[in-house]
Write a protein that binds this ligand. Sequence first.
Ligand code: HEM
Length: 145
Amino acid sequence: MSIPTGGGDPVRLRMGAGGEAVGGNFWQQVGGRPTFERLVRRFYEGVATDEVLRPMYPEHDLEGAIQRLTGFLEQYWGGPTTYSEERGHPRLRMRHLPFRVDADARDRWLAHMRVAVDDLHLAPADEAMLWGYLERAAIAMVNTP
Ligand code: HEM
């Protein structure tokens, strides 16, 4: 490896006080909107075939669900705040109370997400960060023993 001389993108190698790469947050670093849309569309392809999860989602509005999850994840990782402008405070646990999220639903959700994350072929550190979050969030969403 050569020492960066300004021709490449050496700035990304430095960390800001908050642990963020200087000049770019995670959302930018992994490719912005197109990356999150790909992730969520791939995820919903799996959901569409899932006999337990599919009935929980709006029958005729998977596109709406795709937009909501994409917007939320973009916002969470430092992208545009369109989600909250349209939907208000996420209150995700509360918004999931109408659905029966048990261990089986959680594992299915995560399995479809795993396929979608693998499909992105992110750098290992980025992938670990994204996956760690999704796993913790899914565990936190369980509301039925
Ligand atoms: C653990 C299993 C989970 C199940 C079974 C589940 C199921 C659902 C369902 C049925 C909806 C309604 C679809 C819609 O119309 O938008 C929904 C919405 C949503 N879910 Fe989940 N979910 C799970 C985990 C998660 C996790 C881990 C996250 C975040 C990382 C998440 C984020 C969202 C968001 C942002 C919405 C849209 C909320 C809104 O603005 O109305 N979900 N989920």
